[in-house]
Design a binder for this molecule. Sequence first.
Ligand code: NAP
Length: 260
Amino acid sequence: MSSKPISVLITGANRGLGLEMVKQMVETQGPLTPVSVLFACCRDPGGPRAEGLQALAKKHPDIIKIMCMDAADPKSIKQAAQQVASVVGKSGLNIIINNAAIAIRSPFFESTPEEMQNCFNINAIGPMVITQEFISLLRAAAKDSGTPGMSCRKAAVINISTIASSNGLANETYNKWRVLPYRVSKAAMNMMSVCASVELQKDEILCMMLHPGWVRTDLGGPEGELDTHESVEGMFRVMNSLTEKHCGALLNWKGETVPW
Ligand SMILES: NC(=O)c1ccc[n+]([C@@H]2O[C@H](COP(=O)([O-])OP(=O)(O)OC[C@H]3O[C@@H](n4cnc5c(N)ncnc54)[C@H](OP(=O)(O)O)[C@@H]3O)[C@@H](O)[C@H]2O)c1
């Protein structure tokens, strides 16, 4: 029996892992397909960094809707939520993947308040505001699904985190990645996600965090251990297997628990 098509929103969809997520959702028959509508969000849809996404959207105009959304700008998030609502109607939105982030690469003694604030705005506050603004659409999807329990095919918020957010592993990983503002903002995002996951349980909306691995992107750098294809394939496999048992969990792309 074929699965019911799902609606998805991805932030930071114009390059790196976000663009690969869009690709795999529309060009493969992978675990999180078929997709009825994919809201591919980026902060500069007409700019040179969105050319790959524009080309993909041209090939799949019935599925991909490119949306302008800056994760650091609550007004643009509100506007995007209104536009998405007008497209999905009563069926709501099944999945939000909060993927957009910046990594400011400053070690402890060189990190400035401005760098900390920037990372917080995009990496921690952005996913919080997005979840708040889209909650009615996630609730609508959960209600519309008519199935018990929780899953990504029903309603879910997936926050892309990192092993670098882990308090437990910081002693051994800090010298490898001396990126204080990034680490601290992602640790804050983890706590925000767990609090959200508790709030969302009553509506049967799943909220959890995924670590994509160390991936060769602009953010991960050329020394990363995985390419985007392998990482996203793994994350989608994990997302497809999630249930209510995974509320508030931090898993890696292989489905293993990351201590944080
Ligand atoms: N690569 C890794 O090794 C690795 C490891 C652990 C976790 N992660 C996580 O994986 C996610 C994706 O990372 P990536 O490696 O794909 O990074 P990337 O290639 O640098 O892409 C980052 C994406 O975020 C977008 N973005 C940044 N600031 C934004 C804002 N204010 N509003 C909207 N979009 C914004 C960028 O858009 P612009 O083009 O407009 O800048 C871009 O699309 C991030 O959450 C990152 O923390 C990555």
